[in-house]
Design a binder for this molecule. Structure first.
Ligand SMILES: Cc1cc2nc3c(=O)[nH]c(=O)nc-3n(C[C@H](O)[C@H](O)[C@H](O)COP(=O)(O)OP(=O)(O)OC[C@H]3O[C@@H](n4cnc5c(N)ncnc54)[C@H](O)[C@@H]3O)c2cc1C
Length: 627
């Protein structure tokens, strides 16, 4: 058995001060820099789990201005709430039959084995893939706190979501178990644990600190640094500072697949360093919490309710086709299903909103893989025009590109650049295993692992976990959601893997993909029985973080005065990523519209994402990202 496996990741012995001083000084500084030291960062509202900003709670009277939000994902939903609170007349137009975008979830009666004697069973919840909320999401958490939402709080002690496993069976964990030492000594111990955790990924233990210092010295506010890191891939940059390939591919490879849904060779150095800087401010910043499951019912539905209760309108099942551009302004949008003809020829998928033709109802949506129960014959009338004072495009980038192409907006570098942004496919593959204890035996108490060196396996989770993560309850409030009670103690595993390299499988049938994923899972869990069901979701609406993309992302304000773009793929000049960035962009467009409407109050205070850390600031002055 490889040495790494035998070593329990959390079994570090406590460190004497003398030992600590003997360790590499640079490494210690780097570790320290990645943790907010007491007295260095100082307590602030940013340390709160749900930062409370009283001035963000407003309820302004109608201001006579209307906004059409095009796309009802996370960005569109958040912008709708903020604008309604500030007196705007808001309508959301969404192409599928539900809000939430990449966070949506729905009940699927066709997957898995229904529980016995449960006439009310509506199907197990399915969703777009696992979603994690890092501690550094200060803006999203502020919004959640204001709306009374609480996450599943993953315990902070002796636990981690960062479990790495390579093809040879070597297992590493980044755990950061906080020691029971007071103040500064506790932080020093944490730094030591961090360095220890990281050094397991590489033989060059004494140099880990040097790499960390380089990474932590990244200054997002320095546009030259940002553009330099945007111009090279992470491996190119990492090699330039001497990092060995083993560390690049075993540690950062899985992180890239988890966060960027792409092989690390393809992704820019910028996003990896942004992520590390955001997570590096404090111990809590790098911890992950998760949505109460299913997020569609627990998070999206209450927000939808809020929008409606404030007088907002939501138009479902209505794709925006184009915006009409007259004399430098958008005058209207055209939305509805194009070419809706005889219902037996055209079909629509409720989940992804795609329209396609087929002689008879297909078994699966050819675009996202949803089952036939989610496909209906198209009967909607011809597309209609909708008008407003302002238009906020809150679509994924492929959706926005289609609309731009049909709207004759090309010809300016702003819109031409958007047309250059590619999309990345994300395939979460779900496999159902009955009478199976393989997961528990192989990963006792763990819900997930991040594989490196496998052909297909990307971030892999067991959805049928029993609310226990790494031996602790995954939630401080509720224990196991109702539907999960059906799995508990029933020897069931629902394993989801987000395929690492979709190019290898994009032309294969779902059946073949499921079989290949199962075969690779058997390398990890040899006694896994055959799966009794599978489900392959195919999403191609994710915006990648490829080399050169930061330079061409669109700022929120377009060259057309009343047209704006928001989402996780636009340029915000605010250090944030993913759902946090989506929320930031929704708040930013609200502030722009508050100003344009001439309102005297109502501006949202946008917070720094992540915790301030004076040692990180010092690192930025003393060290450098350059080779
Ligand atoms: C599998 C997976 C896992 C992820 N995990 C995490 C995570 O752990 N943590 C994290 O922070 N982020 C994660 N993300 C990223 C996160 O989901 C996104 O950052 C966020 O949901 C983006 O929100 P958005 O509103 O910008 O876009 P979307 O959610 O894509 O919303 C766009 C909306 O526009 C609609 N639309 C598109 N075209 C049209 C049209 N023509 N007319 C009308 N409507 C249209 C779409 O139907 C959709 O509802 C993950 C993403 C995926 C795919």
């Amino acid at each position: 058995m490889p040495e790494d496996i035998k070593k329990s990741p959390n079994s570090e012995t406590s460190l004497s001060r003398r030992q600590f001083i003997k360790t590499n000084a640079a490494a210690a500084a780097a570790g320290a820099a990645s943790m907010a030291l007491p007295g260095c960062s100082g307590k602030s509202v940013l340390d709160e789990e749900y930062p409370d900003i009283p001035e963000n709670k407003v309820n302004l009277p109608p201001n006579g201005k209307s906004v059409l939000i095009l796309g009802g994902g996370f960005g569109g939903m958040h912008a709708a709430c903020e604008l309604l609170d500030r007196g705007f007349d808001v309508t959301v137009i969404e192409k599928s039959n539900m809000l939430g975008g990449k966070l949506k979830s729905w009940r699927d009666p066709s997957f898995g084995v229904p529980p016995e004697n449960d006439p009310d069973f509506k199907g197990y919840p399915r969703d777009h893939g696992a979603h994690a909320v890092w501690g550094f999401y200060n803006n999203l958490r502020e919004f959640m706190g204001r709306h009374g939402y609480r996450l599943y709080k993953i315990p902070r002690e002796d636990t981690t979501m960062y479990n790495f496993l390579n093809k040879d069976g070597q297992e590493n964990t980044i755990g950061f178990p906080p020691p029971n030492l007071p103040g500064m000594f506790g932080e020093i111990q944490r730094c030591y644990n961090l360095l220890n955790d990281l050094s397991r990924f590489s033989a060059e233990e004494e140099r880990i600190g040097k790499y960390l210092l380089k990474m932590m010295s990244f200054d997002f506010d320095d546009v030259n640094q940002r553009m330099y890191l945007d111009s090279i891939s992470f491996p190119e940059w990492a090699r330039s500072i001497g990092m060995p390939d083993k560390l690049i591919y075993r540690l950062f490879g899985p992180l890239s697949e988890m966060a960027m849904f792409d092989h690390i060779d393809n992704t820019s150095a910028l996003y990896t360093l942004m992520l590390l800087n955001l997570a590096g401010g404090s111990y809590d910043d790098m911890c992950i919490d998760i949505f109460m499951h299913p997020p569609g019912e627990t998070y999206v539905a209450p927000i939808e309710q809020y929008i409606k209760s404030r007088g907002g309108k939501i138009i479902y099942n209505t794709p925006v086709i184009r915006v009409n551009h007259v004399n430098g302004k958008i005058k209207s949008v055209l939305a509805g299903d194009e070419g809706s003809v005889d219902g037996s020829k055209m079909w629509k998928c409720r989940i992804c909103g795609s329209v396609f033709s087929a002689p008879s109802k297909p078994n699966r949506c050819p675009v996202c893989g949803a089952p036939s129960s989610q496909i209906f014959a198209l009967t909607s009338g011809p597309p209609k025009e909708y008008t407003a004072d302002y238009y906020v495009v809150a679509m994924d980038s492929p959706g926005a590109k289609q609309v731009i192409a049909k709207s004759n907006l090309t010809g300016s570098s702003y819109f031409d650049n958007i047309m250059k942004l590619e999309k990345t496919s994300v395939f979460p593959v779900n496999l159902w295993y009955s009478k199976c204890t393989s997961w528990e035996k192989r990963f006792p108490g763990f819900m997930d692992f991040m594989p490196s060196g496998f052909k297909l396996l990307g971030v892999t989770l067991n959805w049928a976990h029993d609310g226990i993560l790494n031996g602790k309850k995954a939630c401080s409030q509720v224990v196991v959601p109702d539907y999960q009670q059906d799995y508990v103690n029933d020897k069931i595993a629902v394993i989801e893997t987000q395929i690492a390299d979709t190019k290898r499988v994009e032309n294969m049938s779902d059946d073949m993909i499921a079989r290949l994923v199962h075969e690779e899972l058997k390398i990890v869990m040899p006694d896994l029985p055959d799966p009794t069901d599978y489900y392959v979701n195919r999403w191609d609406t994710y915006s990648p973080q490829l080399v050169g993309y930061e330079a061409i992302r669109p700022p929120i304000q377009s060259p057309v005065d009343n047209l704006f773009f928001i989402g996780d793929w636009v340029k915000t000049d605010h250090l944030s990523v993913y759902m946090e960035k989506t929320n930031v962009s929704a708040k930013m467009v609200t502030n722009i519209l508050v100003e344009k409407a001439g309102l005297k109050k109502g501006k949202i205070k946008i917070l720094q994402s992540g915790s301030p850390n004076k040692l990180l600031d010092l690192c930025r002055v003393v060290f450098s990202i350059y080779p």
